[in-house]
Design a protein around this ligand. Structure first.
Ligand code: SF4
Length: 441
């Protein structure tokens, strides 16, 4: 009877990719995944430290899992990810058996083998991230490939550099080998990951930069779609925009976090660019790449953000018209510079600002999508739409969702679909891509 592992993942795509490594390590030891922690012999929380009160949430989740040990006394509780890195002591006190930071997954296998209670594996910046760990991927059509770990930017509000350490670029040959491997296993859509992909290569000898990595990835035979996230505006170069425009596989989608529309707020955030610079990047990218969709991240209620400064963010959104935005209220992250900044914006004011921005952005996103109704898009068919029988869902190259008539046999195909109706995140249609293709033939 094989042992079972269960993983709960919070946070970003890098954590999702890390969970595939943790799963791979468990599977290499002969374990099988299970859907609920009640059946698990190894329960793993892969944690995120970016959002509000993450430690408390992990501690409470750990409490829930600990209760399950009454019936499963041998169950091993593992905390991985950023909270493991920054709160190892507290997690050990709360009976986590293995605490493993993002740079130490190569030691996880050994700890599991020995079932080391109280094993704490966290490291500082100097430790290189290991290559060649086993991986059990969640998705065969779409794959995440890390190209750079950590971040050197220390934006004043962000915990990532403390949790994930300084930048470490993977070697180009390791990246290309992983892309070849996932494409060979059936991936058609690959996303290159890093906290700041544009810094790629600055810590390596030689002159391989991020555009060069994009060119190498594009050259992998069989790769249809190439994406990347996240790009830091201060490091975005004309060469990168040009490279995106030229490479056939590079998707017409750019995620570029603005964070705020007022220069003073950007300055105290430590972002290293002005609104005007950000605006010029958006303009240059749109000029070079027809049909480009741009998405962003933004934070409201940063310490000291005045009403007038928030209005500048609203005006920036009106001017730049993002296809989508991930919008957050600022909250203190312990240990960051912004935690000590004052005055704090009261929570009800942050909430008011967030609602105003969400309302504006949703209207813009719907308008953009409405203007695209009637156009046809290349869609990678991903899965059945669980809300409407006889419908499938997939993504356009611009990363918008498309829901259309079809069946499971289409999964993995690239089809052309005409959009009938717009919604916030994409389109629905009654046009069956197969019937449309037959009619054209
Ligand atoms: S660029 Fe700034 S916000 Fe992004 S991970 Fe680095 S420190 Fe955090």
């Amino acid at each position: 009877m094989p042992l079972h592992y269960w993983i709960e993942t919070s946070g970003c795509q890098m954590n999702e990719r890390d969970s595939e490594t943790l799963a791979g390590i468990c599977e290499a030891l002969g374990m099988r995944p299970c859907a609920v922690p009640e059946q698990a012999d190894v329960a793993i929380l892969n944690t995120c430290a970016v959002r509000e009160k993450p430690q408390q949430r992990v501690v409470s989740r750990l409490g829930d899992l600990n209760k399950l040990r009454t019936d499963r006394p041998g169950m091993i509780l593992v905390v991985a990810g950023c909270v493991a890195q920054i709160a190892a002591e507290e997690l050990a006190e709360r009976h986590a058996d293995i605490i493993v930071g993002p740079r130490c997954y190569d030691e996880f296998e050994q700890a599991l083998r020995e079932q080391l209670p109280g094993g704490v594996m966290v490291e500082g910046d100097a430790r290189p991230v290991a290559e060649g760990l086993p991986v059990a991927r969640n998705d065969t059509l779409k794959a995440f490939v890390n190209i750079i770990y950590g971040c050197n930017n220390y934006c004043s509000y962000c915990i990532v550099p403390y949790a994930r350490g300084r930048e470490q670029s993977r070697l180009p040959e390791d990246i290309v080998a992983e892309i070849e491997q996932v494409v060979c296993a059936g991936a058609r859509d690959v996303t290159l990951l890093g906290q700041n992909v544009n810094s790629y290569g600055q810590d390596l000898p030689g002159d391989t930069d991020f555009p060069a990595i994009l060119r190498m990835a594009d050259a992998v035979e069989g790769l249809d779609r190439l994406r990347f996230t996240t790009s830091h505006p201060k490091d975005m170069t004309p060469d990168l925009i040009q490279t995106m425009a030229e490479l056939p596989s590079a998707c017409e989608h750019l995620h570029l976090p603005i964070q705020a529309g007022a220069d003073h707020v950007l300055k105290v955030m430590g972002r290293g660019y002005t609104y005007e610079h950000f605006r010029s990047l958006v303009q240059a990218a749109r000029e070079a790449i027809p049909g480009l969709a741009i998405t962003t991240d933004v934070m409201v209620g940063f310490p000291g953000e005045s009403k007038a400064e928030f209005d500048q963010t609203l005006r920036a959104f009106e001017e730049l018209r993002f296809d989508q935005a991930f919008m957050f209220k600022y909250n203190d992250r312990p240990g960051t510079r912004a935690e000590k900044m004052n005055p704090k914006t009261p929570n009800d004011e942050k909430q008011r600002r967030l609602l105003a921005l969400v309302a504006l952005q949703n209207e813009i996103a719907r308008d953009i999508n409405r203007d695209l109704v009637g156009q046809s898009f290349e869609v990678l068919v991903e899965e059945r739409d669980h809300k409407s029988a006889g419908y499938m869902r997939g993504r356009t190259r611009t990363n918008k969702r498309m829901i259309f008539p079809g069946d499971d046999s289409m999964i993995g195909e690239m089809v052309t679909v005409r959009a009938d109706e717009a919604f916030l995140w994409g389109f629905t249609t009654k046009h069956s891509p197969r019937e449309d293709a037959d009619a054209e033939a």
